[in-house]
Design a protein around this ligand. Structure first.
Ligand code: F6R
Length: 627
């Protein structure tokens, strides 16, 4: 959940590290700090609060070294405060850590028994103590890391430096991501490639329990047993501009506006536009990840068809917004491909000892590809013998690397903590997947496939029109924010969208919101409704229109203010709604892609109007790499 930047090279480490931390602030933002070599010693500066506080403190600080580490924190052990901020320093060792050390209590007790003076409440500082003890014995930072690796358990990625060896940094991980950026005569060790994209596009992704030794820009990765490894260097094609706001007030707004393009990019690899057919490209079942790009597309499609033909049921596993996308996927796959689909939240799936019969495909969805529960879920599915398929945005991420087959959102970097464009890209890929599956299973005719493909192809330009709700919600936010609560309702594919709309409002505007299946209202939540409750009702023209209208009437009869999202000029719906928001006419399969956008804009504007930090909501982090 925290962001890490380590740098060894000729540029000013302060500038490189702070610029990198800015790109990683989405990972955690309750305190930050740096430790940079200065006149032969590491000088540490830390500050509670957002990165801005650290930047202010650093303004007057000169550094003349070429080596440093920095950290932006999302508190786990020990509250957010300067003394708990990283880097932690113990007798010349400086260290930054992302994750949780599970056996910290035992380590702490043993350290105290040996007379250690512990100055923070964190588990991270304890690792610095262990390393300090080891370097005093071995005189080598690398050896010391190798010696302590088996003594720390949990989820961690750590970068360490030592005053006595100013040409070296050593990093190691088990769980949270750590990537080595290879520049000209300079090396970066970061939690996410975004932190140093302006300097290099060449990266080595560390695997669990690997140790990287960076010495005078020679980079060597070792296994946990100390054997030198040859690692693949991956070229990342994300541009630096893609991680800038490009004139928008917030990353979230920029990402909402990117959706016509990102949705087009998500479908592009999988559609044969001339023939209106779907082909899942470069899924690469059982191909090593690094061979994916070079795959013969025809051969891959043949293999993908063969593998998917044998699948009899699907489990879709994810967290948060990605889980709501999975729920839409269930409706798509069951209706189009007639395959039974179960969806589950990863944190539940992994602990409920799920029964996975033969010929089960477990599909995980994760923007970051690093969510700890989803990663554990895919590992469990593999242990139980299931075939796995990941749908990630970040290529080469832990979940992507773990899966047998791979699909990508193709959204480009998503920086706003609240997921927007990755969600609509996921829905787009799931549309392609469902149509491809239907084709393979023989449950749809070429004509039906064409209809699905045509509906998808129309969405980018339809999304352009839907973005006009930006103005509407910026003007109505002042009134909307006065409601005591918000009830989002939908049926069928609109049910997960209702939940996603409510989640966006909760996480950004800190307002009470609930997403409900409209047909479930009379089993309890109807009691919540009075004239101080806003009802956001999704009533697209689909097979469930009449049913949804009845649910709307039930809510209206109890005094709720109805804000309805419908299809085109629906006069009947307009008449019964306090506010009516028309959406373009579309097939039911793509309605969720269109209808979620006004809900994203509504949450954005309410949060902004209330003065909250839209890109970094309180208590949250973008990449949840701890349980
Ligand atoms: C909400 C949001 C989160 C994520 C969830 C899973 O706006 O972004 O609910 O969807 O933390 O993250 P990924 O998709 O990276 O696994």
């Amino acid at each position: 959940m925290c962001g890490i930047v380590g740098y060894l090279g000729p540029m000013n480490p302060k500038d490189v590290i702070v610029a990198g931390l800015k790109k990683l602030e989405y990972r955690g933002y309750d305190s930050a700090g740096v430790a940079i070599l200065h006149q032969g010693k590491t000088k540490r500066v830390r500050a509670e609060g957002k990165l801005k506080a650290l930047e202010e403190k650093l303004q007057a600080e000169p550094f003349d070294g070429h080596l440093g580490i920095g950290h932006t924190r999302w508190a786990t052990h020990g509250g957010p405060s300067e003394r708990n901020a990283h880097p932690h320093q113990v007798r010349g060792i400086s260290l930054v850590h992302n994750g949780i050390i599970e056996n910290y209590a035992d380590i702490r007790e043993a350290l105290l028994a040996r007379g250690a003076e512990i100055s923070s409440d964190t588990d991270s500082e304890l690792v610095a103590h262990l390393l300090a003890e080891e370097v005093e014995k071995t005189g080598s930072l690398l050896k010391s890391v190798q010696n302590i690796l088996d003594r720390i358990h949990g989820a961690f990625s750590i970068v360490a430096m030592w005053d006595q060896d100013p040409e070296t940094m050593v990093a190691f991980k088990d769980g949270p991501p750590l990537v080595v950026g290879l520049g000209d005569n300079q090396t970066f060790v970061v939690s996410d490639v975004q932190a140093c994209l302006q300097y290099t596009k060449k990266f080595i992704y560390l695997d669990d329990r690997e140790v990287v030794h960076v010495h005078k820009n020679k980079v060597q990765v070792y296994s946990a047993k100390g054997e030198p490894l040859t690692k693949k260097v991956v070229e990342v094609d994300w541009s630096e501009e893609a991680v800038e706001k490009q004139g928008h007030a917030h990353f979230m707004l920029k990402e909402i506006y990117e959706q016509p393009r990102s949705v087009a990019a998500a479908m592009e690899p999988h559609l044969d536009i001339d023939k209106f057919k779907v082909r899942l490209k470069r899924v690469g079942f059982n191909q090593p990840l690094e061979r994916l790009e070079g795959l013969d597309i025809e051969a891959d499609w043949q293999n993908t068809q063969k593998v998917l033909k044998g699948v009899e049921r699907i489990f879709m596993i994810a967290c948060g917004t990605s889980n709501y996308a999975a729920m839409v996927g269930k409706y798509l796959l069951e209706k189009i491909a007639k395959v039974p689909v179960e969806t589950d939240i990863a944190s539940e799936f992994r602990y409920r000892d799920p029964v996975l019969p033969p010929n089960t495909l477990v599909m995980t969805i994760s923007q970051s590809g690093e969510t700890a529960d989803t990663l554990a879920a895919i590992r469990l599915a593999k242990e139980k013998g299931a075939l796995t398929l990941s749908l990630c945005n970040v290529r080469g991420s832990s979940i992507d690397r773990e899966a047998h087959g791979h699909l990508y959102m193709n959204s480009g970097p998503e920086i706003g903590v609240a997921s927007t464009k990755a969600f609509t890209s996921t829905l787009t890929v799931l549309n392609c997947f469902a149509a491809a599956f239907g084709q393979i299973k023989g449950t749809i005719s070429p004509g039906e496939e064409k209809t699905y493909v045509q509906a998808l192809l129309a969405t980018p330009s339809q999304l352009e029109g839907v973005l006009a709700y930006d103005k509407y919600f910026s003007e109505t936010a002042e009134v909307l924010k006065t409601y005591k609560g918000f009830l989002y309702m939908g049926r069928g594919v609109s049910f997960p969208i209702a939940m996603e709309g409510a989640l966006k409002l909760k996480e950004l505007a800190y307002l009470h919101a609930e997403g409900y299946a409209a047909g479930e209202m009379k089993h309890g939540p109807l009691a919540l409704i009075d004239e101080r409750m806003a009802i956001i009702m999704l009533v697209p023209e689909d097979g469930l229109y009449e049913k949804s209208m009845s649910n709307l009437e039930e809510a209206r009869a109890r005094g709720g203010k109805i804000i309805a999202l419908g299809t085109g000029e629906d006069e009947k719906l307009r008449r019964v709604s306090a506010e009516y928001l028309p959406l373009p006419k579309a097939l039911w399969t793509v309605n969720p892609i269109l209808s979620v956008v006004p809900l994203q804009l509504m949450a954005y504007h309410l949060a902004d109007n209330l003065g909250y930090d839209v890109d970094q909501p309180r208590n949250l982090a973008k990449s949840v790499t701890v349980e």
